[in-house]
Design a protein around this ligand. Structure first.
Ligand code: KG4
Ligand code: ZN
Length: 329
């Protein structure tokens, strides 16, 4: 089964063709990062205009790279939320137009569920397929969720951030340190030349599986304002250490409370090397992590996820609409 996936929820215009929910035949991403970097963050109106400009060429490139014709496709998958309304609308309308023109079934996909399914993009080695139940840690620019996944499309929310998402915290910390946008990769790179020598607080929120990252960001801001940061590399390393410490400790704790087979790491922050290695070192069970390019926003993960929608007969009508604040569970 070949599915064309379309993703426009934030600042990447992406299209991909995936076979049987596992094998990437093409994966095209047009990033708007350089455009938004000038403003220090995403400007929603600019994002939707860029999606309109990029979407058709990106879909054509995905079809060409996959050597696929429209008649060979079995379905269209598109992100319907969560995300920016104006951005989501571009993908959903193009997806509906293609579905209607070519008589293909369409299914709307939750962006966060898509991130989890990046773990299914394993090519042809069936031994690597994730098993249930699993604990999922989804860490992106807008979300930090700990979820128990009991089966395809079956999620129980165990914990979430009460304020900033992990990626958002990285972005804000990078701004405080003058490292530019997007902040995650900038902090990670700068941290390589430093040591985690600054004392930054961790919000443990004991007795819950929730996260809070606004305190560590404010603590960093104070140190900068009081001129107590002599090395940006040390500050970046300390901040990264504080966020990763909390994410790993809380994920391992919740893992021990459930009889699960593995941990699935997902979302843009999952491309962070310290988070990946620290979680693997500390987890009592196997940890699956998509390759970095599949952690940040892409359409292959949307197509992968939709395979299980189509298998379960979850097909949408052409009334399909965006849901900007869509929840996973
Ligand atoms: O999943 P994603 O691409 O988009 C959303 O759904 O939000 O995640 C983007 C977020 C940004 O906040 C970015 O700073 C963060 O992921 N990120 C990272 C790294 N790469 C991206 N955070 C830490 N370390 C990284 N290497
Ligand atoms: Zn995302």
């Amino acid at each position: 089964m070949k599915i064309l996936g379309i993703e426009t929820s934030c600042d990447e215009t992406a299209a991909a063709v995936v076979k049987d929910g596992l094998r990437i035949l093409s994966n095209q991403i047009a990033s708007q990062v350089e455009i938004h970097a000038r403003y220090g963050g995403i400007v929603p109106e600019v994002a939707s205009r860029q999606h309109i400009l990029a979407i058709i060429p990106i879909i054509e490139q995905a079809m060409t790279q996959a050597k696929a014709t429209w008649s060979e496709l079995d379905g269209i998958a598109v992100t319907i939320g969560p995300g920016l309304a104006g951005s989501l609308l571009v993908g959903v309308n193009v997806a509906k137009a293609i579905a209607s023109a070519h008589g293909l079934p369409i299914t709307g996909v939750n962006h966060l569920e898509g991130h989890i399914y990046a773990n299914w993009l394993i090519g042809q080695n069936p031994e690597l397929i994730p098993r249930f139940p699993s604990i999922c840690l989804i860490v992106s620019g807008g979300h930090s969720d700990l979820v128990l996944m009991r089966g395809h499309g079956d999620y129980v929310l165990l914990g979430r951030t009460r304020d900033d998402a992990a990626g958002e915290a990285f972005d804000k910390a990078a701004r405080i340190l003058g490292l530019g946008y997007p902040g995650g990769p900038a902090i990670e790179q700068t941290a390589r030349n430093g040591t985690a020598s600054l004392k930054l607080p961790r919000a443990w929120l004991k007795g819950t599986n929730d996260f809070s990252f606004s305190g560590v960001k404010t603590a960093l801001l104070r140190l900068v304002e009081e001129d107590k940061v002599s090395s940006r590399a040390d500050a970046a390393a300390s901040f990264q250490e504080a966020v990763v410490d909390v994410l790993v400790t809380k994920t391992v704790t919740v893992t021990k409370e459930h009889r699960v087979k593995q941990i699935l790491l997902a979302g843009g922050v999952a491309s962070n090397k310290l988070l990946r290695s620290r979680l693997v070192e500390n987890s009592p069970i196997p940890v699956l992590v998509p390759e970095p390019i599949l952690c940040t926003d892409n359409a292959a993960m949307i197509a992968a996820c939709s395979y299980y929608h189509f298998q379960a007969g979850k097909i949408d009508s052409l009334d399909l609409d965006v849901i900007p604040s869509l929840k996973l569970a």
